[in-house]
Ligand binder design. Structure first.
Ligand SMILES: [Zn+2]
Length: 317
């Protein structure tokens, strides 16, 4: 028996258009009015209509954009101007081109972690040490204070809740790129409704649930080690290891706001892709270095060393 009346949310909005990028594999979902011929992630023109993918989980949560289009461009202009002098010519005075707001799918993971750990805990103590030395041609005995460490084993068990672990579910945005854009303030997460992302391009999760679960567990293992390290008593510790068990795992699809910009800085180069966290304005991109500028700097450096060496040789004569 149905206790409440469920609104058929999807039926209330117009049918959404599904496009697939044949270059990077992103699966885009958008309103017909937003029909695009280029992929917002990789700018490839090979975007084709595709049927719905069966078995794709619906997003559970979404985080809205707080940074508008103009502010994202401004962040990227500033970022470009502050790049290293060794970057390829044109990057520092390039103008950001197309800006696309994309709701990127990610998995939000949480679990209760129980860790059995063992480590060696070091306690420092001070001791007076006698030593002999030569003073004015005579051997004398003196004392000095030295710090020594006593090691003792420690093992135990701690449990705690791990939350807010994000791993990408997108083919268009890799996990290291997502990590570079983090943190997102997840207190702003709202329950997903199609209306929430209306007017925006969203991507469907393209990475499998299993692959993302594996990735999330890996991230958790690293975090647990850091957490345990912070808990260790004493002055220092070594050989910390843990065997952790995860219970009450949950993995939900959420949509994250990301601005994707293409920056064209040279006629003969692919546009540079720059990402902006649509909530915090954090910018990420890999500005390519100029081989020639780096090589020239190395040559100048070597010449300076050679010059100095010749100068010292000449002075020594
Ligand atoms: Zn693409």
């Amino acid at each position: 028996m149905a206790l409440g009346h469920e609104e058929p949310a999807a039926a209330l909005t117009e049918p959404r258009l599904r496009l697939g990028c044949q270059s990077c594999g992103a699966m885009l979902v958008l309103e017909p009015s937003l029909r695009t011929t280029r992929c917002p992630y990789c700018a490839a023109p090979s975007v084709v209509e595709r049927p719905p993918t069966p078995g794709v989980p619906e997003p559970r949560f979404a985080l809205g954009f707080s940074l508008n289009h103009a502010a994202a461009r401004e962040k990227v202009s500033h970022w470009l101007r502050s790049r290293s002098r060794f970057c390829r010519s044109g990057i520092r005075d390039a103008q950001p081109g197309d800006v696309h707001g994309v709701y990127v799918p990610a998995y939000l993971y949480s679990a209760l972690a129980t860790s059995r750990f063992q480590a060696s805990i070091g306690e420092n103590y001070q001791e007076q040490e006698r030593y002999t030395t030569t003073e004015n041609g005579k051997t004398v005995t003196r004392t000095r204070t030295v710090t020594r460490t006593e090691w003792r084993p420690l093992s135990g068990q701690v449990s705690g809740y791990v939350a807010d672990v994000l791993v990408t579910a997108s083919n268009g945005l890799h996990n290291d790129e997502l990590e570079a854009l983090e943190p997102f303030d997840l207190r702003g997460l709202a329950r997903y409704t199609p209306a929430l992302v209306s007017g925006w391009v969203a991507e469907e999760p393209t990475l499998t649930f299993e692959a993302c679960l594996e990735k999330a567990r890996e991230e958790v293992s690293g975090r647990l080690l850091d957490k345990l390290a912070a808990l260790m008593p004493g002055d220092s510790h070594r050989e910390l290891s843990h065997d952790s068990h995860l219970d009450w795992e949950s993995l939900d699809v959420c949509l994250l706001p990301v601005w994707v910009l293409a920056v064209r800085y040279a006629q003969d180069a692919e546009p540079l892709r720059v990402l902006v966290n649509g909530q915090t304005g954090e910018v990420h991109g890999d500005a390519p270095l100029s081989v020639w500028k780096v090589a020239a700097a190395v040559v100048v450096g070597l010449l300076v060393v050679l010059g100095l060496w010749l100068f010292l040789q000449g002075g020594g004569r």
